[in-house]
Design a protein around this ligand. Structure first.
Ligand code: DGL
Length: 270
């Protein structure tokens, strides 16, 4: 293994790009390969067994590209597949739920933490369990927001429809005493300003994906696999999608601010 191998990121669609954005910033010497399973997004409403199967298919594709570490940049996949994948792979594997939980425990002052995520993530109870292991007295209020990821995938995060859906969906959280809210889906940072406006400026939003990158950096050092070579060229960023490359590139170009020319692949014989 050489330290010049890329770090792999997977998500059900474009959501994991919010993690990549932070990785480009915090780890500018690392090559990155990203795979979004856009054709089968959203994963949120799918049964756990199916999410596990799809996550394995994405993982196997990236292993063939010789990655040195895998970041499951999807909460829904992390909730059901992380342990199994971590156990079977010989490279380090990290998900987004523990870093997000740790950051929320650190940030809260009143121990009243909200979590928003897909139906699958909320049903798994993974955030509440992780938070309570660190901080048993915390009160965790969870809410599934099944309409959010599809808005982002269709590149409508800036629309008035998005504003209305965010307002309607978050209403049940508004009379709670939360001081911290975890964006427990990697698509949600693309709706961050709408969410912040709706919840008020007193609420601290925790971006689980961005928090994860700090831990990726730490793991690269711990396993001595960071790319420490002097790079004469820019790092290589490769993007793959199972869906429309045009839509993927539109969202990715705008969000990452680097030119993205994704390649289309198929998974699972589809
Ligand atoms: N980005 C994914 C997550 O973090 C979910 C979107 C989906 O439902 O596929 O959970």
């Amino acid at each position: 293994m050489t330290n010049k191998q890329p770090i792999g990121f997977i998500d059900s669609g474009v959501g994991g790009l919010t993690v990549v954005k932070e990785a480009i910033k915090q780890l500018p010497n690392e090559h990155i390969i990203y795979l979004g399973d856009t054709a089968r997004c959203p994963y949120g409403p799918r049964p756990a067994e199916q999410v596990i199967e799809y996550t394995w298919q994405m993982t196997e594709f990236l292993l063939q590209q010789n990655i040195k570490m895998l970041v499951i940049a999807c909460n829904t996949a992390t909730a059901v597949a992380l342990e199994e994948i971590k156990e079977k792979l010989s490279i380090p594997v990290i998900g987004v739920i523990l870093p997000g939980s740790r950051a929320a425990v650190k940030a809260t002052k009143n121990q009243q933490i909200g979590v928003i995520g897909t139906a699958g993530t909320i049903k798994s109870n993974a955030y509440e369990e992780a938070i309570k292991l660190k901080s048993p007295r915390s009160v965790v209020v969870s809410l599934a927001c099944p309409k959010f990821a599809p808005i982002v995938e269709s590149n409508q995060a800036q629309s008035s429809v998005a504003k209305k859906i965010v307002a309607e969906t978050l209403r049940p959280l508004k009379n709670k005493k939360l001081d911290t809210l975890i964006l427990g889906c990697t698509h949600y940072p693309l709706l961050r300003s709408l969410i912040q406006n709706e919840m008020g400026s007193q609420i601290q939003l925790i971006d689980s994906g961005a928090e994860t990158v700090g831990e990726v950096s730490m793991l690269l050092d711990y396993f001595a696999i960071a790319n420490t070579s002097q790079m004469t060229q820019e790092p290589e960023y490769l993007f793959y999608t199972t869906g429309s490359t045009k839509l993927f590139d539109e969202i990715a170009n705008e969000w990452l601010n680097v030119p993205v020319h994704s390649q289309h692949i198929t998974l699972g014989g589809n």
